[in-house]
Design a protein around this ligand. Structure first.
Ligand code: GDP
Ligand code: ZN
Length: 458
């Protein structure tokens, strides 16, 4: 049972004109009221906003002009009383307000603690809580939509339906076993059980198929630009960054604490792998050789392989073609403005099914076509994230894979004529595994670990 009142700055550090200090807990209103000069916050209606001043009780001085929202339990994000103090000053004044709030009896929230309370108080389920984190990290509008839908409970709803279906079959088998004398309850047959598990298996498989897109929306399409020295790799990178606002994201409080470079190409986030490396991929080809480069390229979801139209193909190019043949590749023939020396027919032959795009990067030509090709490799022409339920969370993907396996165990059992009360074990297992996605059957330690990944103040 949580009884203390927590607080944190709940807007991104150093961004935006308004910063919010948020309090949640039984004393949220009384602590704020004691610091606030204006209306008596203890008396105001729930879900109202008030202008006033924060006074430092130690010195009696005004610390900041603020707008304060008061939201009383249970109609709040955490289902506790919440107060949000909107400060319009910069970092210094927000920190000052936070310090005063802390000195007045609130405790600094742990990362993710607001969301954790929302979960523990039954306001949201686990997959929704995880969506909050995805939302914070979303790199593009599309990724944000996916997270919003998950937060909205779309994945949870689907998972709950599947669990319900399994539960009904389990109950049915149970009744057959416990009350064999009930003639009016139809006996669950292998055929019926097969049909039910097949339906659930199909849905789980469909969800898993969205995982690739989900992962990319979440983490970005890991992209490596390769090619011989001087073909135009740096120019390509600059063109992509220049055309598509690069998003530099700092993720504080996470395990990696890195600054990553993202480029948003028509809604597809590209994560430029090892940017420093890309700038000097000369190394990959020349020094480390094809064997090593194969290793480096393994983590890429997309390879942009650049060739020079004004130069002949050589051995190195052929070897690279070989190394990346079964990967997701776009071949870029750059420097189309030069006298042709490249055997374009041979390039097409080597490229096989991979698209070949012509560019003249110095003249900014061909970039549109390239972007279209990049978007196509992701959306494979047809689907759009518009109405899909994507699975984007690594933990969910793992659980879905386990559920799929358990269902297949059940189905194999039935093929071999195993009795239904034994098949039931695998079905029960599936039901439990799916429960972990929405948090019905999870361990406390897992919950702690999950919530500690959140950004502070969420
Ligand atoms: P990298 O070594 O592969 O990174 O190649 P760079 O991007 O540094 O480009 C090498 C040189 O080729 C630079 O002088 C570029 O200006 C030039 N270059 C890039 N794209 C084109 C192009 O489309 N046409 C011509 N003629 N030169 C280009
Ligand atoms: Zn370069």
């Amino acid at each position: 049972m949580e009884t203390d009142t927590i607080t944190a700055i709940s807007t991104p550090m150093g961004e935006g004109a308004i910063a919010i200090v948020r309090l949640s807990g039984p004393q949220a209103v009384s602590i704020s009221a004691a610091l606030f000069q204006g209306k008596d916050l203890n008396e105001v209606d729930s879900h109202t906003m008030h202008y006033g001043k924060i006074i430092d009780p130690e010195t009696g001085e005004m610390a900041e002009e603020v707008m304060v929202s008061v939201m009383r339990a249970p109609r709040t994000f955490t289902r506790e009383d919440i107060v949000e103090i909107n400060c319009h000053g910069g970092l210094v004044s927000v920190n000052r307000v936070l310090e005063i709030v802390l000195a007045s009896g609130a405790r600094l929230a742990e990362p993710g603690e607001f969301t954790k309370r929302a979960f523990l108080n039954g306001r949201i389920d686990l997959s929704q809580a995880e969506a909050v984190m995805d939302l914070i990290r979303a790199k593009t509008d599309r990724a944000m939509n996916v997270a919003l839908k998950q937060m909205d409970g779309r994945l949870s709803k689907l998972i709950k339906e599947l669990r319900q279906k399994l539960l009904e079959t389990l109950a049915h088998v149970e009744v057959n076993i416990d009350y064999p004398e009930y003639d009016d309850v139809e006996e669950m047959s292998h055929e019926m059980m097969k049909e039910k598990t097949r339906e659930v298996h199909e849905e789980v498989t469909k969800l898993l198929e969205t995982a690739r897109q989900g992962k990319i929306l979440r983490e970005g399409l890991g992209t490596a630009i390769i090619g011989r020295p001087n073909v135009g790799k740096s120019s390509l990178m600059n063109a992509l960054v220049h055309e598509n606002k690069a998003i530099v994201t700092e993720i504080p409080g996470t395990t990696r604490d890195v600054i990553e470079e993202y480029v948003n190409v028509r809604g597809v986030p590209l994560r430029l792998i090892d940017t420093a490396g890309i700038r000097e991929t000369e190394d990959i080809v020349e020094k480390i050789g094809v064997e090593r480069s194969r290793q480096v390229l393994k983590e890429a979801d997309l390879i942009l392989f650049v060739l020079n139209y004004g130069d002949e193909l050589n051995d190195e190019d052929e070897k690279l073609f070989e190394a990346i043949s079964d990967m997701n590749v776009i071949v870029i023939v750059n420097k189309m403005d030069l006298e042709p020396k490249l055997d374009i027919e041979r390039v097409k032959e080597l490229a096989g099914d991979h698209p070949v795009i012509s560019t003249a990067l110095v003249k900014e030509e061909g970039i549109d076509q390239l972007e279209e090709a990049i978007a196509n490799t992701f959306f494979e022409g047809e689907l759009d994230s518009g109405d899909m339920t994507y699975v984007s969370n690594v933990r969910h993907v793992q659980l879905l894979k386990q559920a799929k396996q358990a269902l297949e165990d059940a189905q194999n059992g039935m093929e071999m004529g195993v009795p239904l009360d034994v098949v039931q074990i695998d079905v029960t297992r599936t039901w439990e595994i799916l429960g972990e996605i929405v948090g019905d059957t999870v361990h406390e330690s897992l919950i702690d670990q999950l919530f500690s990944q959140f950004c502070l103040g969420k």
